[in-house]
Design a protein around this ligand. Structure first.
Ligand code: SIN
Length: 490
């Protein structure tokens, strides 16, 4: 029987190590605040290397038994965890809204999105096949089997505090790995609640461990995992500089690494597109989580002949968005995560305006609502020399660039070190085929703004990282292939 909790029951403030809740070894704590009001919600464990080491020790002890648990029994545990997440979707959705700021409908939506990965990988646990290799020599039998890589360290971001950690823990456990995790310092509570539900679902002690750490201590705690040869894999979602640091530092023990890093997604609207559909797709994809999503379009390229019409349609829709705290059930855009996030948005918009961009709507803070609110913004006449053309803004700002022909649009779209998502709208089938081949990105939305799914491979190319999450490929990162060669059979 799956238990249903109130929001207050889900708030956990200690680390979860070896099946037990425990404070940081130092006894230190740090505050988690509501980005809508700045009020402290809870004070959680501020972990250091000793806590990181204790988590690894527990994961190492639990590994042999979890690895040897039958896949159908691992699947049953994950199915119970999935049922518990779904049962508690309202309370978890409210917790996400509280610590991350997204509107409740989106918070609840994220719960169901994260849960879909748990269910997907519960099913995939029972489908980890190997191969019998066609015979090469008489008297020898050759085969390839897949084995869990070992202890997996999962380091996750604040923008999807439930979905991102769920889609790392679920495949790791499904594969037979044990997990040590650290959520972002802005949003540890949702991850801790998720672990509490995993414990209810009978994930064995030590198979799943989670520590929280403040910005000041996180690097030192994680360094312990990077140096520890028992940790065989790092999976990270977050910024490109941190991803590069993790890849560099884990090279000392040659860990398997998968990185889902920043994007700078282009969104191209060709003159043969259905303009209403393109505006709707852009709204759905750009304003998800207030623009704080790695796959959000960051640069919108519109063909010259339709530029003014598109800009006009878009600005009307953006101007009508309701900015409010998540407690307002009609809110469409919540607060940004913290003061640094708002400062970056402001810097990008001011720089663009200084270089000639026109503000069609927004372009300023919404200080009357609180310190972390920024108005949804559309900027016309964006140009490549602007900061927002090269760096992810990670906020509710749409810069509109103008282009004349297809080659120019593709060149501009690819003219970035990043390659996570890209989008384009066109009704010409030959163009659809050409452009989807030429875009340098791990994900391409074609006449579609909502592209994420547990059944699809999520991940980037270039400096947006490597590895894939979700889909039938999502388990590969947690498995290694062992070749068996049996001789003397003649
Ligand atoms: C992200 O922003 O990193 C993830 C978004 C998604 O899964 O759609």
């Amino acid at each position: 029987m799956t238990q249903r909790y109130e929001l207050s029951d889900l708030i956990r403030t200690d680390n979860f190590i070896d099946g037990k809740w425990m404070p940081a070894a130092s006894g230190k704590r740090f505050a988690v605040t509501d980005p809508a009001t700045g009020e402290v919600i809870a004070r959680v464990a501020d972990s250091g290397p000793a806590d990181a080491r204790a988590a690894t020790d527990a994961a190492a002890r639990a590994f042999p038994a979890w690895r040897d648990t039958l896949p159908k029994d691992r699947a049953a545990v994950l199915h119970r965890w999935h049922a518990s997440i779904v049962e508690n979707a309202d309370a978890l959705g409210r917790l996400i809204s509280l610590e991350q700021g997204k509107p409740f409908a989106e918070g609840r939506g994220e719960v169901m999105y994260g849960a879909s990965y748990v269910k997907w990988f519960a099913d995939e646990a029972t489908r980890i096949y190997g191969d019998i290799i066609p015979q090469q020599q008489r008297g020898k039998r050759m085969s390839a089997v897949k084995e869990p890589v070992g202890i997996v360290a999962a380091i996750t971001p604040w923008n999807f505090p439930l979905a991102m950690i769920a889609r790392k823990i679920a495949p790791a456990l499904a594969a037979g790995c044990t997990v040590i995790g650290k959520p972002a310092e802005d949003t540890p509570l949702t991850a801790l609640a998720l672990v509490m539900l995993a414990n209810d679902a009978c994930v064995p002690a030590g198979a799943l461990n989670l520590i929280s750490a403040s910005r000041d201590n996180a690097q030192e705690a994680v360094a312990d995992w990077l140096e520890d040869g028992r940790v065989r894999k790092i999976t990270f979602t977050g910024s490109t500089p941190v991803g590069k640091y993790l890849a560099r530092e884990s090279a000392g023990t040659l860990k398997k690494v998968s990185l889902e890093l920043g994007g700078n997604a282009p969104f191209i609207v060709f003159d043969d597109a259905d303009l209403d559909a393109a505006v709707a797709g852009l709204m759905a994809s750009k304003f998800r989580n207030g623009g704080q999503t790695c796959v959000c379009p960051n640069r919108v390229y519109v063909q010259s002949s339709i530029y003014d019409r598109f800009a006009d349609l878009l600005a009307k829709r953006v101007c009508a968005l309701k900015v409010a705290p998540a407690t307002d059930l009609d809110a469409q855009i919540g607060p940004m995560i913290n003061a640094r996030a708002v400062e970056k948005i402001e810097r990008h918009v001011n720089d663009a305006v200084k270089r000639g961009a026109r503000v069609l709507t927004g372009g300023k803070r919404r200080s009357e609502l609180g310190a972390n609110y920024y108005a949804p913004t559309v900027l016309a006449d964006a140009t490549p020399d602007m900061q927002l053309s090269c760096e992810e803004t990670f906020g509710p700002v749409v810069p509109l660039f103008r282009f004349d022909d297809e080659a120019e649009a593709i060149h501009a779209a690819n003219n970035t070190p990043f390659g996570l998502a890209s989008y384009f709208y066109s009704q010409d089938l030959r163009r659809i085929d050409r452009v989807s081949r030429l875009l340098e990105a791990g994900l391409v939305g074609i006449n579609e703004g909502a592209i994420s799914s547990e059944a699809a491979p999520f991940g980037g190319v270039k400096e947006s990282g490597y590895g894939r999450e979700g889909s039938k490929y999502g388990l590969d990162d947690y498995l290694s292939i062992k070749y068996l060669c049996q001789g003397g059979l003649e």
